[in-house]
Structure formats: C-alpha cells, structure tokens
Design a protein around this ligand. Structure first.
Ligand code: FAD
Length: 386
C-alpha cells in the first residue's frame, strides 16, 4: 500500500518536474512540503508527532520509488527523514522531540545533518568544529561543515531550519575526538549558510551547501544526550543511511532496466529489433541479474536493521558497496543500449547515471566500505559461514 501510494505520487507529481529541477539545479521545496502532507517526512517517527511509525524496510521502499524518477529529490528527502528526523527520534530528549518533531514531520521545517567538513570527510574523527561550554551553560560553536544536503533550501540561500550538528567537545582518554551533537536552529546567533555548491555532476535537484558556525550560541537544552556520546548514534544512523542510499540505487537500476528493455524492442537496426543482437542481450541480461541481486540484498538488510540499535555494519556497508556500483553500471548499460538517445536528458538514463555516481561517495565512500568490511570480517570471520 505504501509502495502504491508513493508510486502514484511519483508518476503524478515527481516525474513531471524531474528533468527541469535537474537542469535548473533547483530543490523543489513546494513538492518536498507536499510529501509532508502525505505523511512521508517522518517515516520512522511516532504518530503523536505526525510520523508514520514505520521501519527501515518502509524507508527503503520510499527511497526506491522516489529514485526511480528523481534521485536528487530523494537525496533531500533522505537528508531530512533519515539523517535528521530518525536521529532525533532515537537520540533526542522528550522536550527536544516535543518542540521539533512535529515541525519536521509536517515539512514546516527542513532538516539536515552536518558531519563532513572541508578538510575532513572519511576521517570523521578529525573534525575541527569545536563546541565549548560557557559559564551560563550554553555552548559556543565554531567551525564549518561542507557538502551539506538541504544546507540551504532556496535560491536566496536561506539556511536549513534545523541542523543535526556534530562537533568536537574534547578528547577522550585514547586521544580520540569526543563528538557531541547539537540542534542548531535557524535564527540562532552565529549560524549561517556559506557557499552553495554549484555545478554538481548529479543530484542537482538537491541543494548542497557549506554551513558556517561563527561564535554560534546554542542553548544547553539543544545539546543531544551527554557530551561525548555521539559516536554511538552517529554509527547507528550511518547504518540506516547506507541502506537508504542502497535502496536509492535499486530505484535507479529498475528505471534504467525498464527503459533499456522497452527501447530494445522499439528500436530497429539492420531490419531487426536491437534486442535480437547478442551484445544488447548481454547488457540487458547482466543488468537483470545485478538488479535482482541488489534488490534482494537491500531488502534483506533493511529487514534486519533495528533503528534503535547499531550492529549491522557489515551488511549496511556491504549492500551499499554492491548496490551503488551496480546501479551506476546498469545506468551506463542503459545509455549504451539507447545509443545517442541515451546520452540526452529527455531520455532520463543519463541523469540517473550522473546521480548514481554520488551514491559511491556520499554516506561513506566505496573505499570506506571495503575497509570496514575487511575489519569486521577480521573481528568475526564466522559471519562468512552463517
Ligand atoms: C552531493 C553531496 C551531498 C553530501 N551530503 C552530505 C550531508 O548531507 N552531510 C554530510 O555531513 N556530508 C555530506 N556529504 C559529504 C560526503 O559524505 C563526503 O563527501 C564523503 O564522506 C567523502 O568525504 P570527502 O569528500 O572529504 O573525501 P575524502 O574523505 O577526502 O576521500 C577522498 C578519497 O580518499 C579515500 N580515502 C579516504 N580515507 C581513506 C582510507 N582510510 N583508506 C582508503 N581510502 C581512503 C576516499 O575513499 C576517497 O576516494 C555529501 C557529499 C556530496 C558530494
């Protein structure tokens, strides 16, 4: 039922604007807010706040369906729903939820997550955004966050209404950064948007921006949990995010396969449908097998994810590693099957190919997944024989 509802929304409302939003590099805020009215902006939030109380499988379904048409819009949705809302649901205090959750579930506020910095991406613990406690108990934050999806929400450069911000508050006994989370709201002194990242390869229907925190004053009640405990929920939410990004890959792959398959029947060369040629059959056959494999791995992993508990890194990394590259390769084959037509915007697959590339970088690079998987299998080789 959820899939059918989202699929209808996608064909009626998302598909007609997808090409234009990509061309204009514009986040469709109005359409995003419509998703709030449909109850999609707080998929895993409790119903008392306007959420849908669903699980990771439901999130995968929504991401897949949106990405069938407009992965850029889906990325904005993911940053809001999976990076902001879900984090607040599982780690925020009751008073933080009471004050903020209903606003983000309805779409009145757009949320984002600030982890990456200009000089620190994969090396998260190197982050240089500092938060210092002041005598009155509030926090003073200084630093810059880079590549933030939904960091700005419009052409005027209006910053996100609320940021799930990771900052360093000290160093632990092992010399590692102590990471703490703050809820920074639009209008707080010292919080502003920096540059909009223009001319991205793909995901152009989502905005990406730098966020600036300059003597930013954040009240004590906007700190999440206790100082230094954020590594736990940062890791937990990354697992959810990675499955979400892998599910986006399924949507991209399905659309590319559908389009190359129908084109292969419509197009004739040398007096035959091009699907009669063995080399075209190889593109379609391999894409089908990879699509089916990624789909099974994504939904199998999503079913296992417990949103309240970390513990599935091996598969959340594994599924993102496999599905994102498979989607990019399937999009590439779709362009090849469609020849010159596949290379232009009207035929969609070139956009999906550009969008797919981001999934190999955002939320963890392919190399970070390879590193994590190898580390986890060294700790627990029994996972291989399970
Ligand atoms: C469109 C877009 C949207 C984004 N949205 C957000 C967002 O909303 N919030 C947010 O916080 N971030 C966001 N990001 C940032 C994204 O998560 C980072 O780009 C990503 O984590 C990689 O970091 P980096 O770009 O600094 O690359 P780096 O970490 O500098 O990596 C550069 C290269 O070195 C490799 N490398 C680094 N360390 C190792 C290692 N130990 N072993 C092997 N190879 C290594 C990487 O795999 C990569 O190939 C977004 C990025 C983009 C492009």
């Amino acid at each position: 039922m959820l899939r059918e509802m989202v699929r209808n929304f996608v064909s009626d409302r998302v598909e007609p604007q997808a090409l234009e939003s990509d061309r204009n590099e514009r986040f469709n805020l109005g359409l995003f807010k419509e998703m709030g009215a449909l109850g999609l902006l707080g998929l895993t939030a409790p119903s008392e706040y306007g959420g849908a109380e669903m699980d990771c499988t439901a999130v995968a379904i929504v991401n897949e369906e949106l990405s069938y048409s407009d992965p850029g819009l889906c990325l904005s949705f993911l940053a809001h729903d999976q990076l902001f809302v879900n984090n607040l649901v599982h780690s925020g205090s009751e008073s933080q939820k009471d004050r903020i959750l209903s606003k983000v579930c309805s779409g009145e506020w757009v949320g984002c997550l600030g982890m990456s910095e200009p000089d620190y991406g994969t090396d998260v613990l190197g982050m240089q955004t500092f938060a210092e406690k002041t005598v009155d108990g509030s926090w003073l934050i200084n630093g810059r966050k880079m590549w933030i999806t939904n960091g700005i929400v419009d052409d005027a450069g209006t910053p996100a209404d609320v940021v799930w911000l990771y900052a360093r508050t000290g160093t632990d006994a092992r010399g590692r950064a102590e990471i703490t989370t703050f809820l920074v709201e639009k209008g707080m002194e010292g919080y502003s948007a920096g540059q909009k990242i223009e001319d991205k390869l793909g995901m152009r229907a989502s905005t990406t921006a730098e966020l600036v925190f300059e003597d930013c004053v954040v009240p004590a009640e906007n700190m999440v949990g206790s100082p230094g405990e954020s590594m736990i929920h940062l890791m937990r939410n990354l697992e959810h995010e990675r499955v979400g990004l892998a599910a986006m890959s399924v949507g991209i792959a399905r659309r590319c396969l559908a389009d190359m398959n129908s084109y292969a029947s419509d197009r004739e060369a040398f007096g035959k449908q091009i699907r009669e040629f063995g080399q075209i059959q190889r593109h379609i056959g391999e894409s089908w097998a990879e699509y089916r494999a990624m789909r099974a791995y994504v939904y199998d992993t999503a079913r296992q994810i417990d949103l309240a508990e970390a513990g599935h890194r091996l598969d959340s990394d594994g599924v993102k590693l496999f599905a994102t590259t498979a989607a990019k390769n399937i999009a590439d084959r779709a362009i090849q099957v469609m020849g010159g037509y596949g290379y232009v915007g009207e035929y969609v697959v070139e956009r999906l190919w550009r969008d797919a590339k981001l999934l190999e970088i955002g939320g963890g690079t392919l190399e970070s997944h390879q590193k994590n998987i190898t580390k986890d299998l060294s700790r627990d080789p029994s996972a291989i024989d399970e």
